[in-house]
Design a protein around this ligand. Structure first.
Ligand SMILES: [Zn+2]
Length: 261
């Protein structure tokens, strides 16, 4: 398919930290003309509040989430009241999860914060946005124990075939980011091959992980199409189909099925 027809595709960026970018969000929104709406996840109380502010300013394009990132998990005690108070107003709980690669918070604190946010999501009937790095086994156990697989979004999914199969069995959503398009992304692509388009989402994780041909630059929502076209190559289906599926999935997860925020 040619570049001209690509320009008409619509992609939903389901994970971009516009409030942490440093560049004016309006500038990035303006450049992302093919992205009808997008999800701005919080990583702590302050950034969740900033995400909500952005959603209030751009109600037709920005959807906010509120949560505490595993890197900040040792602050759960002091932040839980603030984050909990925001949940009724946001589309999802998170970004939460476990990161045993960087271990910037103590692993015990990470689990405590993650489980508390899973419970919050259950209580408020919201989806959960999960960051999982070097923690596949424990994330799988906790999602399974709490029976929240079908409302779990595995953000920036980088699992290979074995873990992809196991999380598919729980009914999770798989959100793909730049790594599926990286030259070094072979394992991610082997995992992605197993994900049906009906369970996949696309994201940029702005400002991180820019996909080729922009690798190394600060990422932005306009480049989510490079993630979508990488998935189309993995699945050997037209990019239009990937855009249609991932957009329908994003509506179902974050908008309760509505067309627009
Ligand atoms: Zn994130």
């Amino acid at each position: 398919m040619g570049a001209a027809s690509l320009a008409f595709l619509r992609w939903i960026d389901t994970h971009c930290h516009l409030q942490l970018d440093g560049r004016p969000p309006e500038e990035l929104l303006g450049r992302a003309a093919d992205v009808p709406w997008l999800v701005v996840p919080g990583i702590d109380g302050e950034s969740s509040k900033a995400a909500i502010e952005l959603a209030r300013t751009h109600p037709e394009r920005v959807v906010a989430t509120a949560g505490l990132h595993p890197h900040e998990a040792d602050q759960w005690q002091s932040q839980q009241d603030e984050i909990t108070s925001m949940i009724p107003e946001v589309a999802a709980v998170g970004e939460t999860g476990l990161d045993f690669y960087r271990n910037l918070s103590d692993p015990v604190a990470q689990e405590l914060s993650f489980v508390a946010q899973i419970q919050l999501a259950v209580e408020h009937k919201k989806p959960i946005v999960v960051h999982c790095r070097d923690a596949f086994a424990r994330v799988h156990e906790l999602i399974s124990e709490h029976d929240v697989g079908q409302s779990t979004v595995l953000h920036c999914w980088t699992g290979g075939p074995r873990w992809t199969k196991r999380f598919l069995d729980l009914g999770c959503w798989f959100s793909f980011a730049g790594p599926v398009a990286f030259e070094t992304g072979e394992t991610v692509r082997l995992g992605a091959e197993l994900v049906p388009p009906t369970r996949a989402l696309v994201e940029t994780d702005t400002p991180y992980l820019a996909p080729p041909p922009h690798r190394g630059e600060p990422n932005e929502p306009a480049w989510v199409e490079f993630v979508g076209t990488a998935l189309a190559r993995v699945w050997s289906i037209p990019a239009e189909e990937v855009a249609e599926h991932t957009t329908a999935n994003a509506r179902s997860v974050f908008l309760g099925g509505s067309e627009q925020p």
